[in-house]
Design a protein around this ligand. Structure first.
Ligand SMILES: *Cc1c(COP(=O)(O)O)cnc(C)c1O
Length: 245
């Protein structure tokens, strides 16, 4: 076993165990919570080591990184999941390479993606990103806009809307963080009651996933706890964000 593989195997086992524990504490079935490994900033070699552990779905924050990593890993049959802010002029590569977009946050983006996907003859799963905290800079639809947006998305055959995604407030107060996750769950439940088939809730990261699981996350997005700390500060991924490295 290479050092990379041993390191990842240990981290992965620990994360899976902590997720399972959080499920038990919340009275939930551990099989109901997926882990999306977030490989942003890490290169194809480390990702290949993760593939050796049986992982095949990876979250990336920037289209550029998917474009760079997909070719050298083409033999692995990976599913690339876009979780970061997406500019409309970058949708071409996403339509070509991504299996899923979790950061759909505006109509202009849905239109651009749909156009590109039609061109590729593909349909992908999407999650709608909702802004659940009052922090000024976070991307996402406001809770008030969600219902109308979901109704509009029914018109796009290439976008299979499967659920909601959020980033919680960057706060040391667990009640505030948990409140963001609770809001996303309530919005999902309301949308389901209105006839939208959107069971998935992508919420929780390395630092806050137990709270997200307690509030019903069906998927947690874990970077640091699996791959280690990143050389870029978080501000690189959340421009204008108050988050610090
Ligand atoms: C980087 C990132 C994550 C994972 O963050 P960690 O704290 O490293 O687990 C989750 N979601 C999004 C949108 C990200 O950009």
């Amino acid at each position: 076993m290479s050092t990379d593989t041993a390191y990842l195997a240990a981290n992965w086992a620990q994360v899976r165990q902590r997720v399972d524990e959080a499920c038990r504490e919340a009275g939930r079935d551990p099989a109901a919570v997926d882990i999306l490994p977030v490989s942003k900033t890490f290169g194809p070699e480390l990702i290949r080591a993760a593939v050796g552990l049986g992982l095949h779905r990876f979250g990336e924050n920037k289209v550029q990184e998917i474009r760079e990593k997909a070719p050298p890993l083409a033999d692995c049959g990976l599913a690339w999941v876009m979780i970061g802010h997406l500019q409309t002029n970058k949708t071409k590569d996403v339509a070509r390479l991504a299996s899923e977009v979790q950061s759909l946050d505006r109509l202009e983006l849905a239109e651009a993606l749909d156009r590109r996907l039609q061109h590729e003859g593909r349909a992908i799963d999407v999650l709608v990103q909702v802004k659940t905290s009052s922090e000024p800079s976070k991307y996402g639809l406001s809770p008030e806009q969600l219902g109308g947006f979901l109704d509009t998305l029914r018109g796009y055959d290439t976008l299979r809307v499967r659920g909601l995604m959020t980033l919680a407030a960057h706060s040391t107060d667990p009640a505030e963080v948990r409140g963001c996750f609770r809001l996303l769950r309530e919005l999902r439940d309301r949308a389901i009651a209105q006839g939208h088939d959107i069971p998935r809730l992508s919420m929780g990261m390395s630092g806050d996933f137990p709270l997200a699981i307690a509030e019903g996350a069906t998927e947690v997005r874990i970077g640091t706890a699996i791959f280690g700390s990143r050389s870029h500060p978080d501000a690189y991924y959340w421009p204008e964000s108050p988050r610090k490295a």
